[in-house]
Design a protein around this ligand. Structure first.
Ligand SMILES: NC(=O)c1ccc[n+]([C@@H]2O[C@H](COP(=O)([O-])OP(=O)(O)OC[C@H]3O[C@@H](n4cnc5c(N)ncnc54)[C@H](O)[C@@H]3O)[C@@H](O)[C@H]2O)c1
Length: 338
């Protein structure tokens, strides 16, 4: 039995809590949120034993083996550091932080205290993308030449969120940067980003974009092209294609049903699943299972702090490239492992 606590009971914290509540070999003992009153009815419905606004209760509870950090991004670094100092294994949502320096500081403490850290790149646990990864790894596509990732949200987040999100690259594209690295299996050496504001003028006010195309060049020669939009009117558009020397593998959008209506006028299917909570429902369960598996067998998690660092490094390179309107070759240390 692994005993866990969750810090942050917002959108994603609730998803993890609900998934863990259904797992037989894991006990979700405590959940903490700043606005505890609004969380109580939901948490009681989930059968969670303790609800508190003091996250320290989780970190200093000797029965608790691991903590899930699901609070807002600016809290991640101090919480990772405190949790590691308390000897807790850590699952932390993406991104680790808004700056490379802060992320490096957090990872230093994790390394020193020898606790496990998994970062919330849930898409790696999606059965479709996992299969793409397996096919590429087993050589069936040959040498990877081109990776194309389409990742478009159905609707932009509220203005307040955009203002504090850290920008599209660190908030949204970061999942795609991780997916590209995961598939290619090499590190990014050059980033060229272009962007525009087509959807939400707030983005312009805060120096952000809502539409972007990013090209990544990898050390092993592969090229990835990622396109992002904060608003696809037809729903959450999540597609991947990998083209190589021996062939090509692709993943199309997940639809709620496979029913297809054919008439004299047109052929119609369902629209893609609406957003990440629907599309990655299964992946959120699998990533948490995988974290607990790593704890149980003392294995390296499938998404490490280094993975979090690398995706953030690409995000910062993309931001620098967009500003300079030119490709960017290097940003800080190439790896924390060397
Ligand atoms: N992997 C994914 O698919 C995914 C999806 C959504 C969000 N996220 C990430 O998860 C994090 C949270 O996002 P969200 O959308 O759930 O945000 P949210 O605003 O819905 O929830 C955050 C919660 O954290 C609480 N909180 C903040 N500081 C706290 C503290 N010190 N102690 C306890 N609770 C605290 C807030 O009260 C709030 O309820 C962000 O870093 C975001 O980038 C990841």
């Amino acid at each position: 039995m692994i005993t866990v606590g969750i810090i942050g009971a917002g959108r994603i914290g609730k998803v993890h809590a609900e998934n863990i509540s259904k797992m037989r070999d894991v006990r979700l003992k405590t959940i903490s949120d700043l606005y505890v009153e609004s969380v109580v009815p939901w948490a009681e419905g989930q059968g969670i034993e303790n609800i508190t606004n003091q996250y320290q209760e989780i970190l200093h509870d000797e029965e608790i083996d691991a903590v899930l950090i699901c609070s807002s991004t600016q809290t991640h670094v101090p919480l990772i550091q405190e949790a590691a100092l308390c000897g807790k294994h850590i699952f932390c949502e993406k991104p680790i932080s808004f700056t490379i320096e802060d992320t490096m500081e957090a990872l230093d403490v994790v390394k020193e205290k020898e606790v496990l850290l998994q970062i919330g790149f849930n898409r790696r646990f999606d059965p479709n993308f996992k299969r793409v990864h397996e096919l590429v790894r087993s050589g069936q596509v040959g040498d990877v030449h081109i990776v194309k990732i389409t990742s478009r949200d159905p609707a932009p987040p509220p203005a307040e969120y955009i203002k504090t999100s850290g920008g599209i690259f660190i908030d949204m594209s970061i999942h795609d940067f991780d997916m590209a690295r995961y598939i290619v299996g090499s590190e990014v050496e050059e980033v060229y980003a272009q962007g525009a504001v087509f959807i939400d003028p707030v983005c312009k006010e805060v120096g952000d974009v809502d539409t972007a195309v990013i090209t990544l060049k990898f050390k092993n020669g592969a090229i990835a092209v990622i396109d992002n939009s904060r608003k696809a009117v037809y729903g959450y558009d999540q597609r991947v294609e990998v083209f190589g020397s021996k062939g090509c593998v692709s993943v199309e959008n997940d639809l709620p049903t496979t029913a297809k209506l054919l008439t004299e006028e047109s052929v119609a299917t369902d629209k893609p699943k609406y957003f990440f909570l629907e599309r990655y429902k299964e992946a959120y369960v699998e990533e948490i299972r995988s974290f607990f598996h790593a704890i149980k067998y003392n294995e390296t998690p499938l998404v490490t702090g280094e993975d979090g660092y690398q995706a953030e490094r690409i995000a910062h390179m993309a931001k620098a490239s967009l500003r300079a309107n030119s490709p960017v070759q290097c940003y800080k240390k190439k790896s924390l492992l060397t």
